[in-house]
Design a protein around this ligand. Structure first.
Ligand code: NAP
Length: 548
C-alpha cells in the first residue's frame, strides 16, 4: 500500500502530487465499484474519482422520468459473490432507476467501498511519464494524483450529446438532457413539453410523461423498431425462483452470445416457414429483448432473414397504430430490425393516440434552431414550449475519454488518436498508453450487444488478473504492441463487417457524432467468444503485449 497525502516525487508536469496511489479508477458505476473491490482485495491502494456526488454511474446520471432496465434485473447483478447476489431482492422483472440506484448503494456499503471514493471530482487530465512509468492524474478540484495504474470505468454511454442546436441558450423555458435530469425532477404538470429523440431513452420519457404534462410534442427523426415490455411485479415466489438459479446463471451468462440468459436456439434455414412464424409469435409474447437477442441468429447476417423478421415486427407495430401518418413516422422501413439498438416499451405507440400528444417528424423538415419561444423547424414553423427534454443520446464508447485530456507516450492523446481512428486492444488497453486500462470502450462487446454487467465483470476481472500478473512477475509496465493491436482491430472489423450492423447509421457506428471516425463500436463476435479470447491472451502470458 502506498497511499500518502504528499510525496517528494515530481509529477509529469512538475509540481508535487497531493496523493500517491497504486491505481486511480474513474467512475463509481457498475464497473468501477467492482474494479475497486478487486484491486483492494489484491492489496493495491486504489481509489475511485467520480464527478457525481454519489455512486451509480449510468444509474446516478440517468434519472429521467421512466428510466429503467431493459435487461432482466436478476441478470444485471454481480455474480462473483453468492451472498451479495441473494441478499438483494428486486421488486419487478425490469425495475426503475431509483431501485437500481439503491442496489448500487447496497453493493457499495456491503463491500465497504465508500471510504475509497472521491465524489464531486472530475478527472480532467492525465499524463504518462515514461521515465517514471507512472501517471499523473488531475481533477477539477485541484487534486494531483501520482499513480502506477490508471483504469477508466467511465461508461459507454456517458458523454451526452447536449449541445446540438443553434440558439439553445436563448430558450426562455427549461432545457435539459435526459442524462442531466435534475434529482428533484421538473414540474411538468400543465406545461407544454417537447421531447427531442425517440431512441431507447426518448421512448421511456415519452410514454411516462404524456399523462402528466399539459401538452407533449415529440420531435422524431428516425423511426425505431420497438418491442413491448412485460414487466411483472416480483413477489416471494418469483424472487425465490431467480435466486434459486444463481449457479445456473453464473455458469451460463458469461458464455452466451450477448451475456443474457438466453441464446440463439433456432436456425432459420432448418425451420419450416410456417414454424418460423410460430416461433416468432411465441418469443414476442415473452415481452423482453429475446426476439432480438435469442430468436434467429441469421437475422444479423442474412438480409432475407432480416427482411422477414423486420416485416413481422412492422406488422406488430402497425396493428397498434390507428393513423397512417403515425405509421409513416414511427415504423421503420429503410433499415432492418436489430441493426440498431432495439428498445422495449410500455404503451409508447399508443401514447401518440392521446389528445395532448403531437408527433412532429423532423426527418424532412429538421430542427433548424432553438428560439426563445421553443423549437423552430427548417420551414420556419415554431413549436412553442415551456420545457425541452433532449433525449439526443451520447458520444458512445469514446466520448467519455476524448472529453478528457489523456496523454500517453510520445505525445499521443486519446482525443487525437480516436478522432483519427478508433483502435483498442480488446477494448481493454490501447497502444501508446502503458498501464492505462479501459472498460466499456470500443472493440469489446458493449451496450445491448452485451448485458453490461456480464461484460463489465469480465473486463474488470481481466484487468485485475493482468495487474496481479505484472506484480507477481516483478514487472511494472504493460502495453499492447502495435502489431497486437492491429491484429485485434482486424479481427474486430472482420467480425463486424460480416454483420448487417456495419451497413447502418446509428450510434453503433458513431454516426451521430460529427467528425467521429466510423467503426462498429461493439465487438460482434459474441460475449462468450470474446471472453475466451481474453482468457487465452492471459493464459499464454500476454503475447500481444509488451511487459517490462
Ligand atoms: P440514441 O439511441 O442515440 O437516440 C437519440 C435520439 O435523438 C434519436 O432518436 C436521434 O435521432 C435523436 N436526435 C439526435 N440528434 C437529433 C437532431 N439533431 N434532431 C432530431 N433528432 C435528433 O440515444 P438514447 O435514446 O439516449 O439511447 C442510447 C443508448 O442508451 C441506447 O441505445 C441504449 O443502449 C442505452 N439505453 C438503455 C436503456 C435501458 O437499458 N433501459 C434506456 C435508455 C438508453 P436519429 O436516430 O435520427 O439520429
Amino acid at each position: 500500500m502506498t497511499d500518502t497525502l504528499t510525496s517528494p516525487t515530481e509529477t509529469a508536469q512538475g509540481g508535487e502530487p497531493t496523493r500517491t496511489l497504486d491505481a486511480v479508477i474513474i467512475g463509481a458505476g457498475v464497473a468501477g465499484l467492482y474494479q475497486l473491490h478487486q484491486l483492494r482485495q489484491q492489496g493495491l491502494d486504489a481509489r475511485i474519482y467520480d464527478a457525481a456526488s454519489d455512486v451509480g454511474g449510468t444509474w446516478f446520471w440517468n434519472r429521467y422520468p421512466g428510466a429503467r432496465f431493459d435487461s432482466e434485473a436478476y441478470i444485471y447483478q454481480y455474480l462473483f459473490d453468492e451472498a451479495l447476489y441473494k441478499d438483494w431482492s428486486w421488486s419487478h422483472r425490469f425495475p426503475d432507476q431509483p431501485e437500481i440506484e439503491q442496489w448500487l448503494h447496497y453493493v457499495t456499503d456491503r463491500l465497504h467501498l465508500r471510504d475509497h471514493i472521491t465524489f464531486g471530482a472530475r478527472v480532467e487530465q492525465a499524463t504518462y511519464d515514461e521515465d517514471r512509468a507512472r501517471w499523473t492524474v488531475r481533477t477539477d478540484t485541484g487534486e494531483v494524483i501520482d499513480t502506477q495504474f490508471f483504469v477508466t470505468c467511465a461508461g459507454m454511454l456517458s458523454a451526452p450529446m447536449d449541445h446540438l442546436f443553434e440558439g439553445q441558450d436563448s430558450f426562455r423555458g427549461q432545457i435539459v438532457h435526459t442524462s442531466r435530469y435534475p434529482e428533484s425532477g421538473l414540474d411538468l404538470a400543465g406545461r407544454r413539453v417537447g421531447v427531442i429523440g425517440n431512441g431507447a431513452t426518448g421512448i421511456q420519457v415519452i410514454q411516462t410523461i404524456a399523462p402528466q404534462v399539459g401538452h407533449l410534442t415529440v420531435f422524431a427523426r428516425t423511426p425505431q423498431y420497438v418491442l413491448p415490455m412485460k414487466n411483472p411485479k416480483y413477489g416471494d415466489a418469483e424472487v425465490a425462483w431467480y435466486k434459486g438459479r444463481f449457479e445456473e446463471l453464473k455458469q451460463n451468462l458469461p458464455h452466451t452470445f450477448t451475456g443474457f440468459e438466453y441464446d440463439f436456439v433456432h436456425v432459420w434455414a432448418d425451420t419450416p416457414p410456417e414454424r418460423r412464424r410460430e416461433i416468432l409469435e411465441d418469443i414476442y409474447e415473452d415481452g423482453s429483448l429475446k426476439l432480438w437477442l435469442a430468436s434467429f441468429g441469421e437475422m444479423f447476417f442474412e438480409q432475407e432473414v432480416n427482411d422477414e423478421i423486420s416485416q413481422f415486427v412492422r406488422e406488430k407495430m402497425c396493428a397498434r397504430l390507428k393513423d397512417p401518418a403515425l405509421v409513416a413516422a414511427l415504423v421503420p422501413t429503410d433499415y432492418g430490425f436489430g441493426t440498431h439498438r432495439v428498445p422495449l416499451e410500455m404503451g409508447y405507440l399508443e401514447t401518440f393516440h392521446r389528445d395532448n400528444v403531437d408527433l412532429v417528424s423532423v426527418r424532412d423538415n429538421p430542427i433548424a434552431r432553438i428560439v426563445p419561444e421553443g423549437i423552430e423547424l427548417r420551414d420556419g414553423t415554431v413549436r412553442e414550449l415551456d420545457v425541452i427534454i433532449m433525449a439526443t443520446g451520447f458520444d458512445a464508447g469514446t466520448g467519455a475519454l476524448t472529453r478528457m485530456d489523456i496523454r500517453g507516450r510520445d505525445g499521443h492523446t486519446i482525443k487525437e488518436d480516436w478522432f483519427t481512428e478508433i483502435r483498442t486492444t480488446m477494448g481493454l488497453m490501447k497502444h501508446g498508453y502503458p498501464n492505462l486500462f479501459t472498460t466499456a470502450v470500443p472493440l469489446a462487446p458493449s451496450a445491448a450487444l452485451c448485458n453490461m454487467t456480464t461484460c463489465l465483470q469480465q473486463q474488470t476481472e481481466w484487468i485485475n488478473d493482468c495487474i496481479h500478473y505484472i506484480r507477481e512477475h516483478g514487472k511494472s509496465v504493460i502495453e499492447p504492441t502495435d502489431e497486437g493491436e492491429q491484429a485485434w482491430v482486424e479481427h474486430h472489423d472482420e467480425t463486424a463487417n460480416a454483420t448487417l450492423i456495419a451497413g447502418t447509421t446509428s450510434w453503433y457506428l458513431g454516426s451521430n457524432v460529427p467528425g467521429k471516425p466510423r467503426r462498429v463500436l461493439s465487438y460482434t463476435g459474441g460475449v462468450g467468444v470474446y471472453r475466451d479470447k481474453c482468457a487465452e491472451e492471459a493464459a499464454e502470458g500476454y503475447p500481444h503485449f509488451a511487459i517490462s
